[in-house]
Design a protein around this ligand. Structure first.
Ligand SMILES: [Zn+2]
Ligand SMILES: [Zn+2]
Length: 212
């Protein structure tokens, strides 16, 4: 929960094999479903709000493993790594599926006819924006948060239809889309440069109360 963003990645690989009449002993057909979610985690981490989700499904991605690369585990791994790098499979997914592909190819080794391995891959990447923005458009007394007329990032009017989000460190407001994209790159406020992790002390702090 430290830091402004944290990312979790999970990849699920499921495969089945079927015999084909082919000179190539093992060939792969992979379908990748990639899901990207942005979530905001507030308070002690118990409240999560999904703010954006994107799903991309690939057509079947195929490659073959020539038999000379099935001789040993290391050779196979090296070849599969190379073959994956030539595909459109996103690079963050590749290390997750590499060991499973090697395992599938070794099972087929020694069989005389060719085999095709058909794998479904579900890859989920979740980015959490931790406790740094206020998803409420209203303050604790129910008043709408006062904002500048324009979003300082895209310089477009706030308008009614887009969601406005306030940074906790300094109370500056932005379009939610705009500030989340910004925070994905830089952990500071675009308006006052306040560090999200380490905000400057507020100018007007509460008076200290001393007890006898
Ligand atoms: Zn904007
Ligand atoms: Zn600010």
């Amino acid at each position: 929960m430290d830091g402004i963003t944290s990312v979790t990645r999970t990849v699920n690989y499921e495969s089945k094999t079927r015999a084909v009449d082919s000179k190539t002993p093992v060939s792969f057909s992979l379908r990748i479903r990639e899901v990207e979610r942005n979530l905001v985690r507030n308070g002690s981490g118990r409240r999560e709000n999904l703010i954006k989700q994107r799903t991309v499904a690939s057509p079947a991605i195929g490659f073959e493993i020539p038999s000379c690369f099935l001789a040993g585990e290391e050779t196979c791994r090296g070849y599969v790594e190379y073959a994956l790098s030539k595909t459109i499979i996103p690079s963050w997914i590749q290390p997750f599926i590499l060991p499973q592909i090697c395992k599938d190819s070794n099972i087929q080794e020694g069989k005389r006819s060719g085999f095709i391995v058909e794998a479904q891959v579900e890859a989920v990447k979740e980015t959490y924006f931790n406790n740094c923005i206020d998803l409420n458009d209203y303050d604790s007394e129910g008043r709408r948060i006062r904002a500048e007329p324009d979003c300082p990032i895209c310089l477009q009017e706030f308008g009614r239809r887009r969601i406005i989000t306030k940074l906790r460190c300094c109370d500056h407001s932005f379009h939610r889309d705009c500030i989340l994209t910004w925070l994905g790159r830089k952990p500071s406020c675009p308006t006052c440069r306040d560090d999200i992790h380490n905000p400057r002390p507020k100018k007007f702090t509460q008076k200290k109360v001393y007890f006898d």
